[in-house]
Design a protein around this ligand. Structure first.
Ligand SMILES: Cc1cc2nc3c(=O)[nH]c(=O)nc-3n(C[C@H](O)[C@H](O)[C@H](O)COP(=O)(O)OP(=O)(O)OC[C@H]3O[C@@H](n4cnc5c(N)ncnc54)[C@H](O)[C@@H]3O)c2cc1C
Length: 347
């Protein structure tokens, strides 16, 4: 039977659902709010020789569904360079120390060529899936068919599949009739993984941290940058450091954030810090198609993978996917792929 299926969200989960549906000869439509695909996979390419991951970057050997998909799509992985030393700041009253790192027996991996290669490769595989960007879904009505309304259009489907983080879905999309109180309550208290994070990156002409008495790996209890890593590309065409700035700095403005990042890096690298060629940042709390403010505080991964997300709604006409709905690798890229596998089974 041919079913009209509409997928809301063109991130990794949305594209994975479409890819798996096409394997079953079902050709869905994807409605994506942003003017780009990928969602929280966000590889920024300021020019053709340089790229930086402002969203998802790393995976490990436990992320089996994602690894399987990467291989099936003909992509490769490369190990994250950590080096054998790291700058470690334990306490604000003592200077940072360069400490020896133990051998890395459980390496983390990056997708060769950039995380967005996974998004592009999925898109390239799709043959008859229709993809519409710039379509912000605002309302979903249950009737004989499901009606999905954006600001300018209305779409009818036999099944609507949301891939939005549950908190965003229930805060931003109106449902008629309303969803069950229990689902609304749990979704409203479901943490959107990395939604509060700020990623910062600095490009340099020379990788001055790749020396025996230095390191591109920074671990700091003092902050405000609490982790930083070498982000040079393996082809050695560009050299960069990239890390996480404390989310509280979302309110201080770009110049304020850049200043505190540079102030901290000067402690390890001295004046060379200021020779950066480009400063890049993404404040995920400002991304309205990812983050929605919590009414009550939540802990990381709270309610991720809750079984309520695996249920079907409106007699199977409304299904929920997305990284936060998966009990396996919840919140991670692998969780997004897992959720796609589950929801395609439900279809
Ligand atoms: C800074 C950061 C670092 C991360 N690092 C890692 C990492 O190293 N490893 C890892 O495994 N994971 C990491 N993650 C998590 C990873 O990015 C996610 O698990 C994964 O990308 C989620 O994919 P998804 O498709 O489920 O959700 P999303 O990528 O959030 O996709 C949802 C899509 O829905 C769209 N959308 C939103 N509202 C609407 C609407 N109303 N109408 C239509 N479309 C809408 C969005 O634009 C988006 O494209 C990181 C995330 C961030 C933000």
């Amino acid at each position: 039977m041919n079913k009209d299926i509409i997928i809301i969200g063109g991130g990794l989960a949305g594209l994975s659902v479409a890819y798996l549906l096409e394997k079953n000869n079902i050709y869905p439509t994807i409605l994506e709010a942003r003017d780009r695909l990928g969602g929280r996979i966000h590889t920024v390419r300021p020019d053709k020789n340089i790229r930086i991951e402002m969203g998802a970057t790393w995976l490990g050997k436990q992320h089996q569904s994602q690894i399987h998909m990467i291989r099936e799509l003909g992509l490769e992985m490369e190990e994250q360079h950590l080096g054998d030393k790291a700058f470690y700041e334990y306490i604000s009253t003592s200077p940072a120390q360069l400490v020896q790192l133990p051998p890395n027996e459980d390496p983390t991996w990056r997708i060769k060529g950039g995380s967005d290669r996974l998004i592009e490769a999925l898109q390239e595989k799709l043959t008859d899936t229709k993809i519409y960007t710039g379509q912000v879904v605002k309302k979903i009505n249950n009737g004989e068919k499901v009606e999905i309304q954006t600001a300018s259009k209305s779409y009818l489907a036999d099944v609507a599949i949301s891939t939005l983080p549950p908190k965003l879905l229930t805060d931003r999309i109106e449902f008629a009739p309303a969803l069950s109180g229990k689902l609304l309550q749990i979704a409203g208290q479901t943490h959107t993984w990395m939604g509060e994070s700020i990623k910062v990156g600095l490009f340099y002409e020379e990788p001055f941290w790749m020396k025996p008495d230095s390191s591109g790996t920074i671990m700091s209890n003092v902050g405000p940058v609490n982790e930083m890593y070498d982000h040079s590309d393996p082809e050695q065409k560009s050299f960069a450091l990239k890390g996480f700035l404390d989310g509280a700095y979302h309110s201080v403005g770009r110049e304020g954030r850049k200043k505190v990042v540079l102030d901290q890096l000067r402690k390890y690298y001295g004046e060379k810090t200021d020779d950066y060629t480009l400063y890049q940042e993404t404040v995920w709390q400002h991304e309205s198609y990812t983050y929605s403010e919590y009414q009550k505080p939540v802990v990381p991964h709270q309610n991720n993978g809750n079984e309520i997300f695996a249920q079907s709604y409106w007699n199977g006409k409304l299904l929920l996917a997305g990284a936060e709905t998966s009990p396996i690798s919840p919140g991670y890229m692998d969780g997004a792929v897992e959720s796609a596998k589950r929801v395609v089974g439900q279809v």
